[in-house]
Design a protein around this ligand. Structure first.
Ligand code: C2E
Ligand code: CA
Ligand code: CA
Ligand code: CA
Length: 289
C-alpha cells in the first residue's frame, strides 16, 4: 500500500513501546525492516554462535593495577555486521530472549575467568550485567549457583551489575541477599541515572556503585557534574561502598577522579572492551617479571 503520500501515513507505534513504524493499513514500513531483522535474528544468533563476550579491564586508581573485568556482549550479524548492545539488548529484553542470552553470557564469562585463573593470570573479578527480565525469571539464584558449579569459579570472583530500578524493587531484595550470601559482589550500574532514592543504599546488600559516564564526561566542562560526582564519592565512602567511574576517556577526568579518591576507573583512556584472546594477552603482560 505504498502511495505517494505514504510517508504522511506513517506513525510511530509508541503505544507498543517499540521503535518501529507501521502504515495505517497495518503493514510494516521499510524503516522497521532493520529492527525486524534484528529482532528475528536474535534466536538464530544464539543457535549459530554469533554472540561473543568482550571484556573491559578496570583499574585501581591509586596503583594503576588491574582490578577487575566487565563482560560486555557483542553481536556479529552475518549481514549487518557489528550491532551495538544498545540496539539489540532492548530487543532481547522485549522478546524475553535476554534470559537465555544473559545466562549464556554469565556462563561464558565465568568459564573464561576461571580459565584465566587456571592459566596463572592475576586473579581478577569478572562483572556481568543482569537484566530486569532475569530477576523476573524463575530461580535466578539457582541459575547463578549452577553456573558457578559448572565452571568452577569461586563466587568471590563474580560481580553482578544491576541497575537502580532493579535494586529498588522490593521483590528482588531476597534474591539480592541470597546472591550476596553466596559471596558474590553486587554493584549498582549507571548510578545516578534512574529514579531512586538514596535511602535504598542503606538497606541493600550492594558493595559497589558505578558512576555513569554521563557524569564523568562533565568533568572539566560542567561544575554541576563535578559536584554530583564529589557528593556520590562522599556518600559512598560514608556507607562503605567502593566506587568505579565509568567511561573515563581523558587525563583531566582521571585526574579529578584520582584527586577525589575514586577507587576504580573503567574507560577508553586505559582499555576498550576487547576479545577474550586480546584481554588474555593484556592479563599475561600484567604479570610481574
Ligand atoms: P554498561 O553496562 O553501562 O556498559 C558500559 C558501556 O560503556 C559499554 O558499552 C562500554 O563499551 C562503554 N564504555 C566503556 N568505556 C567507555 C569510554 O571510555 N567511553 C565510551 N564512550 N564508552 C565506554 P557497550 O559494550 O556498547 O554496552 C552498552 C550497554 O549494553 C551496557 O552498558 C549494558 O547496559 C548493555 N549490555 C552489554 N552487555 C550486556 C549483557 O551481557 N547483558 C545485559 N543485560 N546488558 C548488557
Ligand atoms: Ca555495566
Ligand atoms: Ca554502566
Ligand atoms: Ca551506561
Amino acid at each position: 500500500a505504498l502511495t505517494q503520500h505514504a510517508d504522511l501515513a506513517m506513525y510511530r507505534a509508541k503505544e507498543e513501546g517499540k521503535n518501529h513504524y507501521r502504515w495505517f493499513d497495518g503493514t510494516v514500513a521499510p524503516e522497521s525492516a532493520r529492527l525486524m531483522e534484528l529482532r528475528n535474528g536474535l534466536r538464530r544468533a544464539m543457535e549459530r554462535g554469533e554472540f561473543e563476550v568482550y571484556y573491559q579491564p578496570q583499574i585501581e586508581t591509586a596503583t594503576g593495577k588491574l582490578s577487575g573485568l566487565e563482560a560486555l556482549l557483542r553481536w556479529k550479524h552475518p549481514r549487518l555486521g557489528q550491532i551495538s548492545p544498545q540496539q539489540f539488548i532492548p530487543l532481547a529484553e522485549e522478546t524475553g530472549l535476554i534470559v537465555e542470552i544473559g545466562e549464556w553470557v554469565l556462563h561464558t564469562a565465568c568459564a573464561q575467568n576461571k580459565a584465566w585463573h587456571d592459566a596463572g593470570c592475576p586473579k581478577l573479578r569478572i562483572a556481568v550485567n543482569l537484566s530486569a527480565r532475569q530477576f523476573a525469571a524463575p530461580d535466578l539464584v539457582g541459575t547463578v549457583r549452577n553456573v558457578l558449579e559448572q565452571t568452577g569459579l569461586d563466587a568471590r570472583f563474580l560481580e553482578l551489575e544491576i541497575t537502580e530500578n532493579m535494586a529498588m524493587k522490593n521483590e528482588n531484595l531476597t534474591t539480592l541477599e541470597q546472591l550476596k550470601d553466596m559471596g558474590i559482589l553486587l554493584s549498582i550500574d549507571d548510578f545516578g541515572t534512574q529514579h531512586s532514592s538514596l535511602s535504598y543504599l542503606k538497606r541493600l546488600p550492594v558493595s559497589r556503585i558505578k558512576i555513569d559516564r554521563s557524569f564523568v564526561s562533565g568533568i572539566g566542562v560542567d561544575e554541576r557534574d563535578e559536584a554530583i560526582i564529589h557528593a556520590m564519592l562522599v556518600i559512598a565512602r560514608r556507607l562503605h561502598l567502593s566506587v568505579v567511574a565509568e567511561g573515563v576517556e581523558t587525563e583531566p577526568q582521571f585526574g579529578f577522579l584520582e584527586e577525589h579518591n575514586c577507587d576504580e576507573i573503567q574507560g577508553y583512556l586505559f582499555f576498550k572492551p576487547q576479545s577474550a584472546e586480546h584481554i588474555g594477552k593484556v592479563l599475561r603482560d600484567s604479570l610481574p617479571g
